[in-house]
Design a protein around this ligand. Structure first.
Ligand SMILES: [Zn+2]
Length: 453
């Protein structure tokens, strides 16, 4: 079938495919509270079945239901999609211009919680399969949908699901959940994501809060915590924990050259966020390199003592903080945790306790993987512009389950744009990107086998 014919068919089904999105967005599914999770899993499975994709709901991994959809087309190649049907809480509600769980169309944009993250991508991918079943009567590849319901709370049971059901999960390539068109309208394709280690630290002082006059004698846990934090990161962002960089591989030429194709204006934090001070004065290419290829540590919050109105002279009995480390390929969260533990001991901060909250490693697919070429070249046709390859996203996600545990190449691309406001009020996608995303995934299914043989 000619590409133009397929694309025209997709455009003619616009209303049907927007209907898929509407159904998903209008079913709340907030994993943070559990609201609507069961109903949404059923809704996703129903939609898959309606289109002609056999679907099962799994619960044996012990977390929110995983919806697994499959078309066994007896084809040589198998494509998997990873998505999540859960969304972030919609609050603050008064900042929404239309109700969060209603799909509202305004000026070519589609508003609603989950429109971008991640229901727009689920709907677009199901629509892509639908368009092929409609026009060809079959999909040219075997198709698998792995759609979980805990991504927004850190995917705590995804690895367990994949261990229990590794027999279901064979594929030649996987398209990860999200992506967007950059400011130059080029679709971004991520070749990986960073890993994460999330920890909490608590400094303990006297048994109770004290009159601050005791500050001449009694050590203040807030000072202790601040001192420890100062030993963890240098001013230029370098992490000062012994052995932290031991497993970090120097990025090769192939990865570094990808940075040359990315406009540094995409990370102009002064323009984007009004941020005047950058870590170590990094700007332009240096900022890009740090964001996409280097590990980092961040203080998510610090709490101690009194910070209310007026004054209260107090010496707090405890101080605590939460840190996240963004990890790059080969760094193992548990290993970094041990190194942090040693660091705390070595510097004599035995009054500070350390606890690991969450951790998983980074993921990356090689730029010269045939699967990357398949996704990039079909993007060029579907979007009519050159895609841009990012060696990694700056954020984290459990992609390691696919790339490291299952050994499947995986890249991320999707229907967002820089104004999508994922996680925020008025989350939205542009209708044109939704349609382009359907075309891209449909074309990928048609052409994938050409790249694998
Ligand atoms: Zn999200």
């Amino acid at each position: 079938m000619a590409v133009e014919e397929l694309f025209r068919h997709i455009e003619s089904k616009r209303e049907r495919y927007l209907g898929f999105l509407k159904r998903l967005v209008e079913q709340p599914s907030v994993s943070a509270t559990g609201e609507g999770i069961e109903e949404c899993a059923s809704q996703v499975a129903e939609l898959l079945e309606e289109v002609g994709i056999r679907a099962d709901i799994y619960r044996d991994h012990g977390g929110n239901p995983v919806v697994f959809g499959e078309i066994q087309a007896e084809a040589h190649a198998t494509l998997m999609f990873y998505n999540h049907y859960d969304v972030q809480p919609p609050e603050p509600l008064d900042k929404w211009l239309s109700p969060p769980f209603t799909l509202a169309a305004r000026n070519g944009k589609l508003y609603g919680r989950g429109a971008a993250d991640n229901k727009g991508n689920i709907a677009a991918r199901i629509a892509a399969v639908d368009s092929l079943l409609d026009t060809l009567g079959e999909t040219p590849v075997n198709v698998k949908f792995l759609i979980e319901g805990e991504e927004e709370i850190g995917s705590p049971t995804l690895e367990k699901f994949c261990e229990l059901h590794s027999d279901l999960l064979f594929a030649d390539g996987c398209v990860w959940e999200y992506g967007y068109r950059n400011r130059a309208e080029r679709p971004v394709i991520y070749l990986g994501v960073k890993g994460i280690l999330y920890v909490e630290l608590e400094a303990h002082g006297a048994a109770t809060d004290l009159h601050s006059s005791w500050g001449c004698v009694v050590e203040n846990p807030a000072w202790r915590l601040v001192k420890l934090l100062n030993t963890i990161r240098g001013d230029d962002g370098t992490i000062l924990i012994d052995g932290f960089y031991d497993d970090v591989e120097k990025p090769g030429e192939e990865l570094l050259s990808l940075l040359d194709d990315i406009d540094p204006a995409e990370v102009d934090v002064k323009e984007l966020f009004g941020a005047e001070i950058t870590v170590g004065g990094k700007r332009g290419k240096d900022a890009l390199r740090a964001l996409l290829l280097e590990p980092a540590v961040n203080i998510c919050g610090i709490i101690a003592g009194y910070t209310g109105a007026g004054s209260k002279t107090v010496l707090p009995s405890r101080a605590s903080t939460k840190l996240d480390f963004r990890l790059v390929p080969r760094q193992e969260p548990l290993d970094i945790f041990r190194k942090l533990e040693n660091h705390i001991k070595k510097h004599g901060f035995t009054d500070i306790s350390l606890n690991m909250v969450q951790g998983y490693p980074a993921a990356r697919t090689a730029p010269d993987s045939p699967f990357v070429a398949a996704v990039a070249e079909t993007a060029r046709v579907a979007y009519g512009v050159e895609p841009v390859l990012y060696p990694s996203g700056a954020g984290s996600g459990p992609m390691y389950v696919i790339t490291e545990r299952l050994g499947i190449p995986c890249v991320s691309t999707g229907v967002g744009y820089p104004g999508s406001l994922a996680h925020a009020p008025n989350e939205n996608i542009r209708e044109q990107d939704f349609i382009a995303g359907i075309k891209h995934m449909a074309l990928l299914m048609i052409r994938l086998h050409q790249y694998l043989h």
